[in-house]
Design a protein around this ligand. Structure first.
Ligand SMILES: [Ca+2]
Ligand SMILES: [Ca+2]
Length: 389
């Protein structure tokens, strides 16, 4: 490309190509400025080989594309008026997406840069559309009431807001429910999709149970029920006040959960009539013990240096636990103590790891090893591990 910079007078800052102004980036070293190839219609003064110093109305400039700075525009006029067309005002959507459409705006000076689609609800969301677009599909809308309007922005940042806005409601989802069961030690078991009777969660005595319910349409009512193994209602808590969020908290101030099996049922309705129920099966234990299969090392045999051994065990309540590993001669090779609520010491399934190094940091030799899981002077579980490399 033939590049010929033009020299311009200091007060000339913009030239226009097809109605679009380009800021001239002045090079202080040589006093040249550069602009894109094209026929320019503008009044500016040039000196040098060009017609000078008179203003010119049309000039052909060969460009040096050296301007990496963003263009700034000499444009103080807002884009043309326009209006939003959809979604229909006052509509209720039972799906979590919608099409927003609008009339085309326009801009005579710097040109349209973008449309900003504003969706104002419990949260504010902005989607951008190209200047050539007049509709977009907005996905993943949360439940709630919305006000939607469009801002057309030109390239200089001048904004025209759509003449009107649309209001609509999304009512696509039932209330969301999560339950946190807190052990007195602070360990939290969170359940958000329920469990089966076979997969009962172990819970320490005196748990604190918190059911959190939320819905963008407003939670109209929520209920926490605890049934014992005979189906008797032990606890029944209700709220019937419309809020976006409710938390129902059970602690043992009123009714102590004695050891045994329970089901925790949380039910909620939103203000649009959708409902949801979460059921959690738990077993409350009097004191610490191992559940299920006892302890389980994996992989076994394992390769020190290549594998990590994971020791699985399921505790009924948080407790300080020490794992000992002895070799075949009865010599202690490794031990580690775990403190609640850390991995290895919390209620439910623990998965502490051993990388196969002894207490001096050396990988142990091939052979059988014996592990013991001990808490409070009591051996909870033990077994054999085979190491080979
Ligand atoms: Ca403008
Ligand atoms: Ca809802």
């Amino acid at each position: 490309m033939n590049i010929e910079p033009i020299e311009i007078l200091p007060h000339v800052n913009y030239i226009y190509l097809d109605g679009t102004p380009y800021e001239l980036i002045k090079n202080n070293m040589c006093g040249y400025a550069y602009a894109p190839i094209g026929v320019y219609s503008a009044d500016f003064e040039v000196i040098g080989d060009w017609t000078t110093p008179a203003p010119v109305s049309e000039i052909f400039v060969v460009m040096a594309d050296l301007c990496e700075l963003p263009a700034r525009y000499d444009d103080n006029h807002d884009p043309d008026p326009f209006d939003i067309l959809s979604p229909p005002d006052g509509s209720t959507l039972t799906v979590n997406y919608t099409t927003v459409s609008w009339e085309a705006s326009g801009d005579q000076e710097s040109g349209l840069g973008t449309y900003e689609v504003h969706l104002i609800s419990h949260y504010d969301r902005v989607e951008n559309a190209e200047p050539s677009e007049t509709s977009i599909v907005v996905n993943d809308l949360m439940d709630g009431d919305y006000v939607c309007y469009i801002d057309a922005a030109d390239r200089a940042g001048n904004i025209t807001r759509s003449i009107s806005s649309k209001t609509f409601t999304v009512a696509a989802s039932p209330p969301e429910i999560t339950v946190d069961i807190k052990d007195p030690s602070g360990h939290v078991l969170t359940v958000d999709d329920g469990n089966s009777e076979e997969d009962r969660k172990a819970v320490a005595k005196n748990p604190i149970i918190e059911a959190k319910v939320s819905d963008g349409n407003g939670v109209g009512s929520a209920q926490l029920t605890i049934l014992d193994s005979g189906g008797n209602e032990i606890v029944n808590m209700n709220v019937n006040e419309s809020q976006l969020n409710h938390t129902l908290s059970y602690d043992d101030n009123t009714t102590v959960l004695t050891p045994g099996e329970y089901s925790i049922i949380v039910n909620a309705h939103d203000e649009s009539g959708a409902s949801n129920t979460l059921t959690i099966y738990v077993e409350v234990f009097e004191s610490l013990k191992l559940k299920g299969e006892g302890t389980y090392p994996y992989p076994n045999p394992f390769r020190p240096g290549s594998d990590e051994l994971t020791l699985y065990y399921d505790l009924t309540e948080p407790s300080v636990v020490t794992v000992f590993i002895y070799d075949v001669n009865g010599k202690l090779r490794w031990k580690r103590t775990y403190i609640p609520p850390d991995e290895g010491a919390h209620s439910n399934i623990n998965k502490p790891k051993w990388d196969g190094r002894d207490m001096f940091g050396k990988y142990v030799a091939n052979g059988p090893y014996y592990y013991f899981v001990v808490s409070n002077g009591k051996v909870l579980g033990k077994g054999e591990i085979a190491a080979y490399r």
